[in-house]
Structure formats: C-alpha cells, structure tokens
Design a protein around this ligand. Structure first.
Ligand SMILES: N[C@@H](CCC[C@H](N)C(=O)O)C(=O)O
Length: 281
C-alpha cells in the first residue's frame, strides 16, 4: 500500500489514498504506522476517500490519532488532504477550487494557491462556526474544578480547552495537558492549548492533543484559540497564532459581539515523501 507523508506546520500524518485502497481497520493501522520507532512515524493516520453516498463533496477525510482514536476534524490535516487530492489527482474533481471536503464536522470549503510547479502551496479553509454550548462540546459543567476556572471551551467539531498563561509561568505544560485531556469534565477527552498573549493580534501556543500528545501545530486548536481570545476580550477577530511549528493565520468572521461567524484558517500544506507499507492493516 502506498502512503504519503505530509505535514502542516510540523503536525505530521501518514496519508493514504482511500479512493484506491480499502483499509479494514484504520484505527489499528494508525497505531502501527504512526509509531515513530517501529512505523513510518507521525501524529496519526489520515485517509482521503470518496464522499459518502448522497453527500456533495470532492473527497472525504477520516483522521485517526496516534493512539487509534478517530477525531471529527483536523485543521492541518484537511489542508494536506486538499493538496493530496489536487497534486496526486485523486477522485472525480481533483482541481476543484474551492474544493469541498466531507469531515465529521460537515462539508468544508477550501481555497488554495499553487506554487511555481502547479502544486498546492497554501490553503484557506472555511472551518465553520464554533460550537460554544457546553453540553454540545461536550463539557460536563458539574465536574469542572479550580484548575479550569479561567479556561475557555470551544468545539470546532472536535473539543478544545484554551488555558491562558497570564503570568510568567511556563507555557510548555505536558503533564497538565495530559491530565486535563482525561479530566472527568470531558466525557470525550479534549485537546488542550496553553496560550500566551503577545498583543491583540498575536499569541503563542503550546498544544497537548487528544490521542497524540504534544504536537507542533493544531489547526482546529488554533481556531479555538482565536474564538477564545475574542470571547475573553484578550485578542481580536484576526489573529496570528505562533505555534511550535510556525505561524497560522485565523479570522473569525462577524461584527463585534457576534458568535456565529465562520472561522477561516489559512496555512501551508507540505508533502515530505511517499513510500510503501507492507499491508493494508
Ligand atoms: N492536529 C489536528 C487535530 C487532530 C485531532 C485531535 N487530536 C482530536 O482528537 O480532536 C488539527 O490540526 O486540528
């Protein structure tokens, strides 16, 4: 089975063409193939495949974290799926621009620019409107404790908690990230983001992702950080998030006070290499 290793700002996944390969047990394959010592190595596995029957889209993305858990969405991943579909000519409509990709958070629209060789370079994704209703994220309010007093909860189809580091304590907090990922207030676990505000337009972020641990970038997480910044009055609707792997551009559409606009995320998609895995499972 051929695979393509790709990344968005260092958030790296093994991508498989699900238009021509059938993967019996993608969760088990994710655990094996994402292993950085015994596999290809990555933050997980992403399949680019045909949209489900009756869904109008050019492709569908399914994403699996390194521990095999499936997530509804992946911001860096969907930019790379767009590049994979376009550059490798997958599916019925590989040059569609905008391209529509089915995800666990509905069909999203992506617009891309090409480099000098005609390959996808930068992708702007309409990530949809954030979900802020606690039970829908889901967050069990009755189980929150003092550690989460100033946290902001946002779903971009997948669940996020944003924690602001307003003093000079460390931004890089893997132990707390791992603990909060499995906190009882989060029935589906959660992605954790530690944020330091640099200015109303710029933040620095450290991510602890559900199912993959520390990553160099989290696109849905950066969208949640943009939304949380507006809700908490710390940052504006247009934001550059400096992630460990590089900067990502975010914009939450809407007038002041509006909470139902779309979040637009713009960033790079990069192919690193292709290879062959011995089997499909
Ligand atoms: N890195 C991703 C998010 C991947 C899924 C996440 N770990 C989850 O379980 O929800 C991104 O770029 O959004």
């Amino acid at each position: 089975m051929r695979f393509t290793k790709m990344h968005g700002l260092g958030n790296d996944y093994v991508y498989v063409d699900g238009f021509s390969n059938t993967i019996d047990d993608p969760a088990a394959l994710a655990v094996k193939i994402a292993d950085r010592h015994f596999g290809v190595g990555g933050d997980g596995l992403i399949l680019a495949m045909p949209a489900e029957d009756g869904v109008e889209a050019d492709a569908r993305m399914r994403m699996f974290n390194a521990d095999g858990s499936e997530s509804e969405m992946c911001g860096n991943g969907i930019r790379c799926v767009c590049k994979l579909v376009h550059d490798h000519g997958l599916g019925p409509n590989p040059t569609a621009n905008p391209m529509r990709i089915q995800t666990g958070n509905g069909v999203l629209s992506l617009e891309y620019t090409l480099d000098g060789e005609g390959q996808v370079e930068t992708v702007a994704v309409d990530m949809g409107a954030p979900i802020l209703d606690l039970p829908a994220i889901p967050v069990d309010e009755s189980k929150l404790d003092a550690r989460l007093d100033n946290a902001v909860f946002v779903s971009m189809g997948n669940p996020h908690v944003v924690i602001y580091i307003d003093d000079d304590s460390d931004l890089v907090q893997p132990d707390l990230g791992a603990e909060l990922e499995r906190h009882p207030a989060f029935p589906n676990r959660i992605n954790v983001h530690f944020v330091r505000v640099k200015s109303p337009e710029e933040v620095e972020v450290y991510h602890w992702e559900r199912g993959s641990g520390a990553t160099l970038a989290c696109g849905t997480g950066a969208c949640a950080v943009c939304v949380a910044g507006v809700l908490s009055g710390r940052t504006g609707r247009t934001l550059t998030a400096h992630l460990p792997g590089g900067p990502l551009k975010l914009h939450w559409e809407g007038d002041e006070g509006s909470k139902d606009g779309q979040v637009i995320m713009t960033g790079p998609a990069v192919e690193v290499f292709t290879g062959e895995w011995p089997d499909n499972g």
